[in-house]
Design a protein around this ligand. Structure first.
Ligand code: FNR
Length: 365
């Protein structure tokens, strides 16, 4: 039988009740700049679980303090962070959704103000910090960039250990999926792309070397999440910089299989973010689907593939799955407008039987 957007998805011992995934979306809503989850996160994630999503993914959650995009980002760098988010994970599960956490390090794009404050560099004297990357070349800000340091091999080991410990805490908090954030120009993507990686050690140069840290992080996260839970990796399929040596969809397809071999179950296919000179051809409905589809068609392994970008309607999400173009429909902004998107989709498609409605809302349909 053909799968549709309401078909459950089995990944190891994890069963997502349908193919709607809440895309990771930064909320920049931590109080006291301590990285601890708050009531905002409880309501934000909880209401999307009530709304029928199959998988509810947290925002980019920093594995170490200097990996935060802004001082107000969520973090998971201590056991206190685990304990703060655990009740939210419990609630998401009680609603029948599968809880996922995006584990992130912002690299040279860290230490900025929030988007509604201008996304400007925050310097150490204002509560910011020195940022790290594969090289000491800063993000090309118009303003004075924050001090940027190249990670040495000890620093790389520390980053991998931070991801490992973050994954351990995630599993202990009850998350069933950990997604490694290797997209959008943040630290791991900065290693993948020749645009930002000019190292001449074992972490730079060849494809093998540029992808090494992502493989090592994925392997560490797999080890800590255990054999029963799922591991995703979000990548940018292309840098949108065809005028120079850059990351592209052919390398992405090769990486997808390599990541499967070290424990990734699903590649979440996004694009862009490495450099402000990126030239995105067109942004609209399903604009990144062709990359997901290409990676899915080219794969030599059983790795699953998710698409994200411009999914806003029930038919669109359903068609992506029915036409076998991706395994999950990952939805960002439509979920900001409508936490009940899956319930509305079920109504629109006449599939009220296919969604979980909380008992409290039994008169919804
Ligand atoms: C995002 N996006 C994003 N991506 C990611 O990998 N980690 C993150 O924390 C965030 N944060 C974030 C915040 C906000 C407010 C938005 C709107 C977006 C990108 C997001 O997950 C998604 O890939 C894009 O929004 C494209 O999908 P839609 O919105 O077209 O469905």
């Amino acid at each position: 039988m053909t799968d549709d957007v309401f078909s459950p998805l089995e990944l190891r011992d994890v069963t997502a009740r349908n193919r709607f995934v809440v895309s990771p979306m930064c909320q920049y809503s931590v109080e006291d700049r301590d990285g601890l989850a708050t009531d905002w996160h409880r309501v934000h994630l909880g209401s999307r679980a009530v709304g029928g999503a199959g998988i509810v993914m947290t925002e980019a959650t920093a594995v170490e303090p200097r990996g935060r995009i802004t001082p107000e980002d969520l973090g998971i760098w201590s056991d206190e962070h685990r304990d703060a988010i655990e009740p939210i994970v419990d609630f998401v599960k009680q609603q029948g959704a599968t809880p996922g956490i995006q584990l992130a390090h912002a690299g040279r794009k860290a230490s900025k103000s929030r988007p509604w404050e201008g996304s400007e560099p925050v310097h150490p004297e204002d509560g910011g910090w020195t940022v790290v990357g594969p090289s000491d070349e800063p993000w090309p800000y118009d303003e004075e960039p924050p001090a940027t340091e190249a990670l040495d091999s000890e620093g790389i080991d520390e980053v991998i250990e931070s991801f490992r410990e973050a994954a351990r805490r995630s599993r202990e908090a009850g998350f069933e999926i950990a997604e490694v954030h290797a997209a959008h120009g943040y630290l791991l993507h900065e290693f993948l792309s020749p645009v930002t990686n000019d190292r001449d050690d074992e972490y730079g140069g060849s494809f093998e070397n540029r992808t090494r840290i992502v493989r090592e992080v994925t392997e560490a996260v797999r080890e800590e999440m255990g054999e029963d839970n799922a591991v995703f990796v979000r990548i940018s399929a292309t840098d949108w910089l065809d005028d120079r040596d850059s990351w592209d969809v052919e390398q992405s397809a090769r990486l997808a299989d390599d990541l499967y071999e070290v424990g990734a179950d699903l590649i979440d296919v996004s694009s862009g973010g490495i450099h402000p000179a990126q030239d995105i051809e067109w942004v609209g409905p399903n604009y990144q689907l062709r990359f997901a589809e290409q990676i899915r068609n080219d794969r030599d392994t059983d790795v699953k593939v998710g698409t994200v970008g411009g999914i806003t309607s029930a038919e669109q999400a359903d068609a992506v799955i029915r036409n076998d173009r991706a395994d999950v429909a990952i939805v960002g902004r439509e979920f900001l407008r409508d936490p009940y998107f899956p319930l509305h989709a079920a109504q629109e498609l006449g599939r009220e039987d296919a969604v979980d409605v909380p008992v409290q809302y039994h008169r919804a349909f």
